[in-house]
Design a protein around this ligand. Structure first.
Ligand code: FE2
Length: 435
């Protein structure tokens, strides 16, 4: 057997060390030792090799626009929407494409090879839609980019949003989005969920809706989303993004809601970096964290993927396309600090998000697409703790990014010459019990 690329001494998340053989754009062997030569060889030297990071929630039309035309002073979602509304008429096709491609470069360097991006459809020109459709094609050799038709200003609230959303889907946008909590009334929000799910069912498309992104405990559109998923037979194809109102809901109601979401096969996409900075802005003290109830959802068997949402845009003034930042923040906000839970946080920026996106051939098994990342860490927990460097990134069988191992020299009397930041997390009871 011959290979185009061999990744030797790859440590997998389950602790095994293997060689991974790649021919063309597929993994064709994964064994303890492969006795063969290859066109190119990577020696992972016992470092963690993972399938690529997956971002299930992003806004690529707004990314890298921070400061244009001004910054968000209140830090709220609503001022962010207002600011984006000021920027929208000033957008040009070229500028949106350039910013998006620059972001995709960052993503590749971070081993982030699959992104679901919402694209604003509340613009009669559909400028951002056309720009991101072009970007989707341009980056296809190395990034799986899914687009969601997102009526940012409200499917009913904005006069032409309904028509424009349908036009965007006609142009090839992949997923149906929505924003029920931004409609004029709760009733309109509910109706929008119903109609958007019906559009998705008619077209055979998935649904991914911004849902209840508010601190209002009475914002309960996710209940309708779960109902429609079940009524229309969309189980497994519907995601609710944010769901932050659930943080503030009454506990008894949540005890009824979570089983309904699980039963309807609706996935959840919290966005920890954004939820923690945007929610609770109207509180004095104590300030709510705003992120939805992640451990409780997992306990109910609801699929959860962490998303990035924003990088350097009207809603968020930082970001580097690093899904380990997202996992790190999610882990803290959800207080998921046991070794078992920290591993689950890694899964939420890799395989769980891949499952939400319905990615074909995701993983490191024979037959999977040859997409992987070599991290400067020994295991997933260490990867999160160090926000580990991506030593190599492979997309469709080709090395698309590499960086040198960080090597800090120390000059301390009686101490080693180099700093070693590695630390192996001990196996603990909670992992043995699956707790
Ligand atoms: Fe979003």
């Amino acid at each position: 057997m011959t290979f185009d690329l061999l990744v030797r001494n790859a440590r997998l998340a389950d602790g095994r060390t293997v060689d991974i053989g790649i021919a063309g754009d597929r993994i064709t062997a994964c064994e303890r030792t492969i006795a063969a030569e290859a066109g190119e060889t990577i020696d992972a030297a016992g470092s963690l090799v993972s399938p690529p990071f997956v971002d299930p929630h992003f806004h690529m039309d707004a990314t890298l626009s921070f400061g244009q035309p001004r910054v968000n002073r209140s830090g709220t979602l609503l001022e962010g929407i207002e600011l984006w509304g000021e920027l929208k008429p000033l957008l040009t096709h070229e500028a949106v494409v350039d910013r998006a491609l620059a972001y995709c470069d960052w993503a590749v360097s971070m081993g982030l090879l699959a992104i679901r991006s919402h694209v604003d459809t509340c613009d009669d020109r559909l400028l951002a839609v056309d720009a991101l459709l072009e970007v989707r094609e341009k980056v296809a050799p190395y990034i799986d980019l899914q687009l969601v038709a997102f009526p940012q200003d409200g499917f009913y609230r904005s006069a032409t949003a309904r028509d424009n959303t349908i036009r965007a889907l006609d142009r090839g946008v992949d997923v149906v989005g929505g924003i029920p909590h931004f409609e004029r009334t709760m009733a309109d929000g509910r109706r929008s969920v119903t109609e958007l799910c019906e559009i998705a069912a008619d077209r055979g498309l998935p649904v991914d809706m911004h849902c209840d992104e508010t601190d209002d405990p009475m914002s309960r559109h996710v209940e309708q989303l779960a109902f429609e998923a079940q009524r229309l037979g969309l189980q497994g194809r519907v995601a609710g993004s944010h769901l932050t109102s659930m943080h503030s809901m009454e506990n008894y109601y949540v005890s009824k809601l979570l089983p309904l979401i699980a039963e309807a096969g609706v996935s959840a996409i919290p966005n920890p970096l954004i939820n923690i900075v945007i929610q609770g802005r109207h509180d004095t003290y104590p300030k709510r964290r705003g992120m939805t109830r992640v451990p409780e959802m997992l306990d109910h068997g609801i699929r959860v993927g962490f998303g990035q949402d924003c990088v350097l845009d009207p809603w968020y003034s930082l970001g580097t396309a690093d899904m380990l930042d997202v996992a790190f923040m999610g882990l803290h906000v959800a207080q998921m600090t046991s070794p078992h839970d920290m591993r689950r946080c890694f899964d939420m920026v890799t395989k769980e998000s891949a499952a939400i996106l319905g990615l074909e051939g995701y993983g490191l098994d024979v037959g999977c697409k040859a997409n992987l990342v070599v991290l400067d860490a020994g295991d997933p927990i260490e990867a999160i703790r160090l926000r580990a460097d991506r030593l190599f990134v492979v997309a469709n069988g080709r090395i698309v990014a590499r960086c040198a191992r960080r090597d800090t020299a120390l000059a301390l009397p009686g101490r080693p010459a180099r700093v070693d930041r590695r630390f192996k997390t001990p196996q603990t009871n909670d992992e043995e019990n699956g707790a």
